[in-house]
Ligand binder design. Structure first.
Ligand code: SAM
Ligand code: SF4
Length: 323
């Protein structure tokens, strides 16, 4: 079992399989050119698989595949199938913008994927264009319907931005609730790649809006993870991911592997472990060593400052770390 120096059990890895994306979200990489990334820098998924086998042997219970946009990778179903073949118990989950989900849901199910988180920031087509620079709403909604057909556990992730989609909190809530999908509203996290004019809504502001229509309370059974869960009277649960809150890091149980072979012990902390050589070698001792190093390096708290002073906000891109 992996434990960091602050006693936290580490049993979750987020694996980014590409930096590329077909969207250009305002909070992620609005100004990044589409040809900015070099595919050659990615570690082959065969090598990533060997690392993840070592991680599973060390007690990793959950692997999230993310990006960039992971569904852009044609070899993803084979990668998922190989992981599932190695372990029947590990939870395999995916985070996607949903644009390509309709045509991949079936093969993902057959490969052994358990759950999918889909980013959805608006139900208005023109807003999706404004937010992501892609006319993608129809595809994303069709992707959600298809994933429901295959009985994936689904969650919707919504980043709430003042004056952009903050008036759609209740509409998005109802969309998710009517389909019995958990929605999680995410506070916008400042970083230098995002649109600098964006302002996020904080947890309290989001809850106040939901309160105008629904009665809810803090859920009794909180899962370990970044989202704080709330229960409505009829039992429907939703979540808020509020990294601006002080207690956010206390139960952190994860590390991140980027597509170019860097292990990040924390999302908002510049130290990382360069695992490229170990990954390319497929040598189990070297893979064990970089895994242990990353867990050892995990800081107690993120080093995040929201003052937006250039030297303080995160230089790390969400499309690199996988969010
Ligand atoms: N492309 C996929 C997607 O959008 O779901 C996966 C990668 S994306 C980087 C992973 C998650 O990070 C998404 O849920 C996205 O909303 C979130 N994210 C990206 N930038 C963010 C930011 N600045 N603040 C909060 N969440 C962010
Ligand atoms: Fe792409 Fe996801 Fe970043 Fe949006 S948040 S630009 S969909 S990687």
């Amino acid at each position: 079992m992996l434990k960091d120096t602050f006693g936290r059990k580490i049993d979750y890895i987020r694996v980014s399989v590409t930096k590329q994306c077909n969207f250009r979200c305002q909070y992620c990489m609005p100004n990044t050119p589409f040809d900015a990334f070099d595919k050659d820098e990615y570690i082959p998924l065969d090598n990533v698989l060997e690392f993840l086998k070592v991680a599973i042997d060390n007690g990793i219970k959950k692997i999230r595949i993310t990006g960039g946009e992971p569904l852009l990778r044609k070899d993803l179903p084979d990668f998922i199938a190989a992981l599932r073949n190695y372990s029947k118990e590990v939870q395999l989950v995916l985070t996607t913008n949903g644009f390509l989900l309709q045509k991949s849901a079936k093969i993902l199910k057959e490969s052994g994927l358990d759950r999918i988180n889909i980013s959805l920031d608006s139900l208005k087509p023109e807003r999706i264009v404004q937010i992501s620079k892609k006319d993608g709403l129809e595809n994303v909604l069709a992707g959600i319907q298809e994933a429901l057909k295959y009985n994936f556990g689904l969650k919707i992730n919504t980043v709430v931005m003042k004056g952009i989609n903050s008036d759609e909190i209740l509409d998005l809530f109802d969309y998710a609730k009517h389909r019995n999908i958990t929605i999680r509203f995410i506070e916008f996290m400042e970083n230098i790649h995002a649109n600098h004019n964006l302002l996020g809504l904080k947890e309290k502001e989001i809850l106040e809006i939901i309160k105008t229509k629904y009665d809810f309370e803090t859920a009794k059974d909180q899962i370990i993870g970044p989202a704080k869960l709330y229960s409505c009277k009829d039992g429907y649960q939703f979540g808020i991911i509020a990294p601006h809150n002080d207690d956010f890091c206390q139960t952190c149980n994860r590390i991140r592997l980027t597509a170019d072979g860097i292990i990040c012990p924390c999302l908002y902390y510049q130290d990382s472990v360069d695992a490229k050589e170990a990954l390319l070698s497929k040598n189990p001792q070297k893979l064990q060593s970089v895994l242990e190093q990353a867990v050892y390096n995990k800081p107690e708290k993120n080093q995040w400052d929201t003052t937006m002073e250039a030297d303080k906000i995160s230089a790390r891109a969400f499309y690199h770390t996988g969010g």
